[in-house]
Design a protein around this ligand. Sequence first.
Ligand code: HEM
Length: 402
Amino acid sequence: RRLLGTAGAVGAGGLVVGGLGGASVAEAVREDPDPLSGVGSATVPFHGDHQAGIADPAQAHGHLLAFDLAPGADRKAAAALLRRWSATAAELAEGRTPKGDDTGIALDAGPSSLTVTFGFGRSFFDRTGLTDRRPAALEPLPAFTQDALDPKRGDGDLWVQIGADDALVAFHALRLLRKQAGDAVRPRWEMSGFNRTPGATPRPMTQRNLMGQVDGTNNPKPTDPDFEEKIFVPRDRKGPDAWMAGGSYAVVRRIRMLLDTWDNLPLERQERVIGRRKSDGAPLSGGGETTPVDLEKIGPDGALAIAGDAHVRVAAPSANRGATMLRRAFSYHDGFRDDGAPDAGLLFVAWQADPMKGFVPVQRKLDRGDGLSRFLRHEASGLFAVPGGCAEGEYVGQRLLE
Ligand code: HEM
């Protein structure tokens, strides 16, 4: 028996329309109600060549967490933990409740596209005696001049990314993984974020960020011929980090937006800063959202249609020797700062086969001052090696830890 609730009824398109039209709550109780939408029942498989939560769309709710291994927790303890976490993540992704879970947090909701993604930070390899297997790609990121990083909210031995289209489902996964880790780890930092809810727009659309921009348009797509090569470590990887085959590197940056300043800019200035229209994300060089950006185009005023310091010009692969990353971000809002400004921005997560060929060269350029940097503060940073996915019965990181 499920209560449909008083919020609305399901329209022809599967979206909730209107109220109950005078029907009492009792009348709204049905034995087998049609689901309100497909959001709850949608699944993203945990098992596969790559981990979930990379190439699939970012969900409406996200948690990023880092843990440090507790003193005395060794490689074996880490292996046991990853085995347990992988089994749990797989069950949750299918909408099953793992044995012994009595929290009840997600009882009424389906899997809601839950994904759980696991990664290792540089320090993990020192703690576990595995420095000889540490990938060269985990060299610390260079310091950027505009960084104002809080080390307590950066890096960490183990990284977990949780995403789901339901807030309780996402928190449930977080709670369960934390409980299962017990004394083997100590929480280092946690950040929560959000995106638009599926079904809130009339058709699938690119996300918007808290500056109001359409964000993600020129991301590489899984259908691109070089997508695998740019985003994932080759499957035939040889050498000490062969265990990273099919994996990817995640650069995590907590980027606060100076929203009060930004919101006071006239629309035209805001659009110049990015090089795209705010309303629909179309490039200022013309066309619609998905029209390729024409960086050479001269406008009617004789100036470049996309300004010299526009974010899309400075960040474009063509301006950075092909440097490519997959941006899969969550917005965040953590209340207000002492000066009354919103503590809000982007939990920027960039995925690539090699951070030195993705994030680093682009951020070096942006750091020198594109139009957007003036309105941003990079406040936390992490770099994580995210191994390839695992098959049923295996666990993430097994090739490194067994
Ligand atoms: C494009 C916003 C930080 C790399 C864009 C676009 C927007 C945007 C609105 C245009 C639409 C699109 O193609 O997605 C932001 C905001 C940021 C931010 C609000 C910070 C809060 C970064 C950082 C990097 C980056 C840190 C990398 C180091 C890129 C790239 C593109 C892009 C590569 C695509 C450029 C192209 O090929 O046209 N960003 N961005 N962005 N951004 Fe950012």
